[in-house]
Design a protein around this ligand. Sequence first.
Ligand code: GLC
Ligand code: MG
Length: 268
Amino acid sequence: MTNDQRRLTIDWVETREIAIVAQFLLVTDLDNTLVGDEAALVELNQRLTWHREQFGTKIVYSTGRSPTSYRQLCSEQTLLTPDALVTGVGTAIYYEDHSTSDASWADRLATQWDRDKVVAIAAHFADLVPQPDSEQGAFKVSFYLEEAIAADVIPQLETSLKVQDLNIKLIYSGGQDLDILPTQADKGLAMTFLREKWQLSPAQTVVCGDSGNDRALFSMGDERGIIVGNAMPELLQWHKSNPKPHHYLANARCAGGILEGLHHFGWF
Ligand code: GLC
Ligand code: MG
């Protein structure tokens, strides 16, 4: 074991002990992470409600969905009201009333983002099938793209956009969804914005996900991470090549995996 690895292990053991009886920030993806196992979700909701009351634990939902599509999910599932809702893969942040998005986050994303130009360049790629209008956003241009050709198409599209000096980021998820976002946006950057706003440390933060657009949540720094047992190969492969002692690969699916991870980290 090198000195760095030893220090990492010691830091890790220390944070684990401190974390046991304290507030934490839970940032979780919705589809196939929080949602997908109803019985486990009921139990997780109960435990989180208690933790919120005792310690002021905060809950953030971070989803690829638009606000409309999030409301649809709320009508089908029993979800706790989050302290913040991050929609469109990190492109908008809403607080409790859900009516207006955080203006300072929007200002940050607006720098050097030219949506019309992105749409015009992407239109030259016949393999990109536009997603419905409801899933397009001021800072999000989304397509369907077949998995078999994604590895060829994505680098070409990225080059075409970057040659025009467009400040963009491409995120491929679920073997079908391609999102084009401003460089300053993704789930990880939105999580960091909220974590800093609420003055919570990475050691007090746990992120949970199952697919490609969640990778950013696990890539920021020392935040604890729970990869649910049903995660997609695109996230599992990434985790295999970037293993971190503070990332936990759960056995259980969806909310069951989150419960398992929160036990592992000592919060439950
Ligand atoms: C959700 C969104 C879609 C996005 C996908 C992956 O399904 O509705 O627009 O492409 O998440 O981020
Ligand atoms: Mg998901």
